[in-house]
Design a protein around this ligand. Structure first.
Ligand SMILES: *Cc1c(COP(=O)(O)O)cnc(C)c1O
Length: 366
C-alpha cells in the first residue's frame, strides 16, 4: 500500500508498564507511579464532587467549539476567545500545528533533548528536522536555534520549562529570540509546566503575543491541574494563527466530560497554588538528596527532576520498579546515566529516595 515513506522509520509510542502490571509482576502491596509528571495530589476535589453527581446525555455530541470552556479560559488569561485552540491534550495541538504547516521541502527546528512529539509529527509530515543540542546547563541554545533558521523554516519549538531537563529559559532571552526569528516562522512555546514556575524573573509569555503574532503558546490541563486522563490542552495565539489552525482540528476533539472538568479545575486556583507550594518543597527533598550524594541534577522549574545516578539508568530504573516505584529511565529519554522522576508527595519522595539508596548501594555508587 501507499503509506508515506517517512513513517517506515517511526515506532509507535511505547507506554511504560502500568502500576497494576508492576504490582502483579513483583508481588507488591502497592506501586507508586512517578514517571509521567502527573499531579501526585490528583485534581481539585471539586472535580470528584462533580463526577459523583453527573447528569449528562451521553448520546449527544459534545460542543465542538468548547464554548463554556473557551469563555472560562479566555477570562482566566485575559485574551479573546478567538485566540484559543482546544486540543485533545497538547499532544493533539502539536499534531494540529504540524499538520497545518509542515510538508516536504520545509524544515522545523527542535532542541535535543526535548519533548519527542515535535520531531515525531514533523517526520510524519515529511519535513526536515533541524536538531540543536541543549546547552551544558540543560537549557535551549536559542542563539544556535535562531542561526539554523532559514527561508524554509516553518516552525521552531521551544519547550519552556524543558522536558526532560526541567530547565527554564530566562524571559529576556525568550524576548530576544522572538525578536530575532523572522515573523513568518511560527514560534511554539510549549509551557506544559508553567503553573509550577516559581522564578521571580519569569514574565508570562502571553505578553509577547501583542507584538508577535507568530508566537503560539501551548498549555495543558494534564500536569498541575491533574486531569491527564481527560485530555485537554489549549494553545493561545494571535487570532490570525488560531484562525488558520482551526480548520485542521477534528470537529469534536474534547469530550463533554473533559470540557466540564477542565472548567471546574480551572476555577479552583487555590488548589493549583497549594500544589505549587508542595511541589517546591518536594523538589528540595530531591535536590538535598543529590547534593548529599554528589549526584548531578538539572535545576528544575517543573514537577519532575532529571538526576544523575552514576550507574546504568535501566538497572536503577529496574531496581526501583521491583521496589514499587515506576520512574523514567534516562536511556529512554536520551539521557543515559540519569533518571527523570516526577516529584511526588512528601511521603512518596521519602520512600522513593530510601529505595533509591538501596539500589545505589547495590550498584556501588554510594
Ligand atoms: C506532558 C507534556 C505534553 C503533553 O500534554 P498533554 O496535554 O497531556 O497532551 C506536552 N508537552 C510537554 C512538554 C509535556 O511534558
Amino acid at each position: 500500500m501507499k503509506f508515506k515513506k517517512q513513517i517506515a522509520s517511526l515506532k509507535a509510542y511505547q507506554p511504560g508498564k502500568t502500576s497494576d502490571e508492576v504490582q502483579k509482576m513483583y508481588n507488591l502491596d502497592k506501586v507508586t507511579k512517578l514517571a509521567s509528571n502527573e499531579n501526585p495530589y490528583g485534581a481539585s476535589p471539586k472535580v470528584k464532587e462533580y463526577l459523583n453527581n453527573i447528569d449528562i446525555d451521553f448520546a449527544i455530541y459534545p460542543d465542538g467549539h468548547a464554548s463554556k470552556l473557551r469563555t472560562a479560559v479566555a477570562k482566566h488569561l485575559n485574551v479573546s476567545e478567538n485566540q484559543l485552540l482546544f486540543g485533545n491534550g497538547s499532544d493533539e495541538n502539536i499534531l494540529i500545528v504540524s499538520r497545518a504547516i509542515l510538508e516536504p521541502g520545509l524544515n522545523t527546528v527542535v532542541a535535543d533533548l526535548t519533548f519527542g512529539q515535535y520531531k515525531h509529527n514533523a517526520v510524519v509530515e515529511g519535513a526536515e528536522v533541524r536538531v540543536v543540542p541543549l546547552l551544558e546547563n540543560g537549557a535551549h541554545d536559542l542563539d544556535k536555534m535562531a542561526e539554523v533558521v532559514d527561508e524554509n523554516t516553518a516552525i521552531v519549538w521551544v519547550c519552556n520549562p524543558n522536558n526532560p531537563t526541567g530547565t527554564l529559559i530566562p524571559s529576556d532571552e525568550i524576548k530576544d529570540f522572538v525578536e530575532k526569528v523572522p515573523s513568518d516562522v511560527l514560534i511554539v512555546l510549549d509551557e506544559a509546566y508553567t503553573e509550577y514556575i516559581t522564578d521571580d524573573t519569569y514574565e508570562d509569555s502571553l505578553g509577547l503575543l501583542k507584538k508577535h503574532p507568530n508566537v503560539l503558546i501551548m498549555r495543558t490541563f494534564s500536569k498541575a491541574y491533574g486531569l491527564a486522563s481527560f485530555r485537554v490542552g489549549y494553545a493561545i495565539g494571535s487570532e490570525e494563527v488560531i484562525g488558520q489552525l482551526e480548520p485542521t482540528r477534528e470537529p469534536f476533539n474534547n469530550t463533554v466530560l473533559s470540557q466540564e472538568v477542565a472548567i471546574i479545575g480551572l476555577a479552583d486556583q487555590a488548589f493549583i497554588a497549594e500544589c505549587k507550594v508542595k511541589n517546591n518543597a518536594g523538589k528540595q527533598q530531591f535536590e538535598t538528596y543529590c547534593k548529599e550524594r554528589n549526584l548531578n541534577f538539572f535545576p528544575s522549574h517543573t514537577n519532575f527532576i532529571l538526576m544523575e545516578v552514576k550507574a546504568d539508568s535501566d538497572v536503577v530504573f529496574q531496581g526501583l520498579m521491583e521496589r514499587g516505584f515506576i520512574v523514567r529511565s534516562g536511556n529512554a529519554l536520551g539521557s543515559p546515566g540519569y533518571l527523570r522522576i516526577t516529584i511526588g508527595t512528601e511521603q512518596q519522595n521519602t520512600e522513593l529516595l530510601q529505595k533509591l539508596d538501596e539500589v545505589l548501594r547495590e550498584e556501588g555508587v554510594i
